[in-house]
Design a protein around this ligand. Sequence first.
Ligand code: C2E
Ligand code: CA
Ligand code: CA
Ligand code: CA
Length: 276
Amino acid sequence: AKAAGRGKHCFYEASMHSEASDRQLLENDLRGAIDRNELSVVFQTIVRAASEEMAGFEALVRWQHPKRGAISPAKFIPLAEECGMIGRIGEWVLNQALAAARGWPENVRVAVNLSPIQFNDPKIVEIVDAALKVSGVKPSRLELEITEGVFLADSDVTDGTFARLKELGVRLALDDFGTGYSSLGYLKKAPFDKIKIDQSFVRGAASRSSRNAAIIRAIVTLAESLDMDTVAEGVETHDDLQLMRDLGVSQIQGYIFGRPYGVEEATTLAESKSVE
Ligand code: C2E
Ligand code: CA
Ligand code: CA
Ligand code: CA
């Protein structure tokens, strides 16, 4: 079912099983969601830990379903990946994100999530290049967030894509760091500029055992010696923020600095909070 092609349904046995047929219904709805204007992109701030200056925003997709209301990307992105729709959705998000970034100060970056399926599309470098050219945004302002899932595919193709994306001048971030199987090996292989420390290590770290802090400290040391930035994701409290600063994390993302914003609010914030 994973390799289901464009326009195909993933669950051929769908009508036999109610959970599967619910997915089938959702899949059908998702196919038309872009054209019906049901998808949107919101932007969450990423700030420098020491100065609280704006470093950039992460673009996050939203789906407002006409009957079911808001559906989480944690639910519909995997569906889009399984049903051959992630390429189109991901390219749409990329274009929306770059169009927004064009209206921000030059030193504010935009981070866009790239599904492993998009990453392993032989056309991905051309797609990113074309989107950058259409927007006029400098490649160094675009950060692509990638998870370890990309490494499960053919490694020659993967290595080549990393090299060509770096040639374009975009930045690469390893997302959800620490949750996968072989993160350290991947750090050796691929030219990441940034590590995003997964929320599961970060959230509540200040009030938990010191094990979380010890792990984060080790990740920061590793990142610094490989000349990479670190971002702590999921910072919600002042205690956790202070701990992340004490541990030397370079950037912070989390509800403490706000929920994701619509494009107008993000632009206003970018203009007021960034320092040239
Ligand atoms: P992610 O890439 O790890 O994105 C961070 C998620 O954590 C976002 O959830 C964000 O709203 C949430 N978050 C940020 N700060 C906090 C905090 O302080 N506390 C808590 N509890 N949560 C926080 P969201 O927007 O629901 O996205 C969930 C996942 O869906 C993303 O995780 C990403 O894997 C995927 N996703 C979202 N947008 C896209 C997209 O455009 N393309 C792809 N391929 N995946 C996307
Ligand atoms: Ca991300
Ligand atoms: Ca993440
Ligand atoms: Ca930096």
